[in-house]
Each structure stands twice: as C-alpha cells, then as structure tokens.
Design a protein around this ligand. Sequence first.
Ligand SMILES: [Zn+2]
Length: 397
Amino acid sequence: MRPALAAAALLALATPVRADWISYGNGWGSKWDDPVHGTPATVTWGFVDDGTIVDPGFYLAAEVSGGSAVGALRATVDAAHGAGAFDAAIQNAFDTWHAVSGITFVGPVAGGNAPLMGSVTSPDIRIGAFAAVPSSGFSWVGAVGFGPPGDDLFFPDAVAGDVAFNLSVPHEIWPGAEGAPAVPFTNDLEGLMLHELGHAAMGLGHPADGAPEVMYVGAGCCAVVNREPSPDDIAGAQSVYGASSIPACANDIDDDGDGLYDGLDPGCANASDASERDPALPCDDGADDDGDGRADHDPATLADPAAGRGDPGCKDPARPREDPQCSNGADDDGKPGTDFDGGVSVNGGPGDPNGPDPHCVGKPWRDDEKAPPGCGLGAELALLLPLAARVRRRAPI
Ligand SMILES: [Zn+2]
C-alpha cells in the first residue's frame, strides 16, 4: 500500500471482506514449531525411498498396494513434460507458500525408508506415492496430506505432515497461466501439491465456498490452472504463520487477486511494499467501500458481473470508486432504466421496473448513465474534412 492521509476516512466506512479460510488449529496448535498462531516455522521435507511402505497399523495401508514409487511418478511426469518437470512442480509449491507466509522449508532432505505414517517424525513432511486399491477411499483422490501435529514442540506426531500421491490417477502439468482451463480432476501436479501442503504444512482445511481458493474442493473447483493461493488462502496461511519475509510486492504472486502482481499492481508503491493493496484506491483497498457485498477489481467479475468476488463497478484496480453511476443503485439520469442490472445488485428486490439503463448494459463500471458525447468517427471526420480542404487549397501545386 502507499501511505495516504485521505485513506483513513475511507477505511472507517469500508466493510471488511468476508473470510472463508479455516485452520485446523483455530488459533492454537495444528501448526509446525510454536503452537501459537501467527508465529513463523521452519519445516523439513523429503521423499521417502522407493519401496517404503505405509505403516500396517495405519488405515491407509489397506487402501494402497505395494511400496512407494516416487521414482516412477517422476519418470512419468518428466517423460511427458521434460526432464526436471516433476521436481520443479513440487519445489514451486513449497516456494509459493513460503512467498506468502512466515513458513520456511528445508529440503529435499533424505526421507528414509521407515514406514510412512508410522513412528518416524523426521523429516517433518515425508512424501510417498502409491498405487490405490480399486474402489478404496484413496482411489478417489489425487493425493492425501495430513495436517501438522497438534503441538510440534511437545507432542510430535508421526502421521503429521505426511503426503501420499495416488499413482492410479493421472498427474499432469497443464499448459497456460494461472486461471487457464484445465480438465477437472486430472491433477495438475503443482496445484495438487500446493493444496496438499495447504493441509500438511499450513494447517488449513477446506473452506465452505470459493472457487478461486487453492484449498476449496467443492462444486466448481479444479477446472483451471490454480497454482497461486487466493487472497483468502493467503489470509489463512498468514493467520497461522504470520507474514512472509518476502514483501508482497516482490514475491511473484498476485496476492490481492486483481490479476496484477508486484510492480504491475497499482497498489504497490515499490518492491519493498508489504501489500499489493492501497487504501487510497477504492478498487484496490481490500474493502467493500460501497456496501454492496463485493470489493475491488477482480478479472473474473469484469468478465461476468455475477462471477468472482470483485465489485462490478471496478473496471481496473486504479478506478476511483466502487459505485459509479452504472452500479450505484440510483437512476442518475431520470430516464427509464437503472444501472447495468436494473439496480438489483445494490438495492435487492425487483429493481427498476424499466430494467437496466441502456447506457450501462455490459458496462457496470461506467460512471455516466447518459449517452456518451458525440465523439464517434463520424463527428470527428466532419470536423476534419473542412480543414483538409483548406490545407489542400494552400498546397503549392
Ligand atoms: Zn484437501
């Protein structure tokens, strides 16, 4: 954010944005290192040796067949996507949580061959890959990740932090940038690892709703490339481990979900700025300034006013208000029609019986319900033609 005196008045009126994230510990425990939430942690991780079994005393042992085969999974992914693709996807997932919260990872270190989910607690996060027993619970998931111990300092838990990939389902590396279409449940490897680490490292559960959330797995999830935590995921991660040592304006992440990151985000004053939001920018301040239940610019909302969590009044993060005339609930021009949607989005109920204002349809961010001034090509040509004629007369030939 940028320092701004005027922001104080805005913030006093603004409504906080609703949070969906949930943590296992709810303030204490179910996190690595100090159980007090908001404190940082350093977590070790590694792959278990191929052939390592799931401890026979743990329920998952009945749902897998054979020993771990991370090597086979790595070979499959690398054969399809290039040498190093598997390890890069896994490492990226660790780096991403480090970039947005106070957790630091050390690895990969040797994971050993002691049974997974048995009695060994080191490294903290041990990763294996197993074939699934058909029709078992494990056969329906891309991977499982077990949350941090109740208290890492005093009550170590060997199951905590363990991750098992399911070798019986596909694991892909989808082309395209964040948000690009993916075939649902084909398990984009980096996004899947980010999700499992959300459990195993971050101590986060599944939020009730929110399709953009990495931690969301309900209806509508998993149809796009999702390798960046949403603002809600990040809020959850920071509640458990505090802020990252990397400033939000230098972490290669779109921390505020407005489609722009770091220096490209108008909310970033410079690379040491710890927030991509700016209290002086109503469409990039993280708050619902106009009380319509939606906040800030969201590319998904710009494409479809009913989608995403953004405010339809915000065409981009630098727009000066969340409630321009075409989405302020008022009939500003006194002519039939109100707003882009008949005023329903702000006022609720049936809205204007005349429906939307024709000058606002498809343009909820427009700050004028009246027709645009005559600045089309025709008007400009009419002005230019007499000038052109005069120039021609003054020409030397
Ligand atoms: Zn999950």
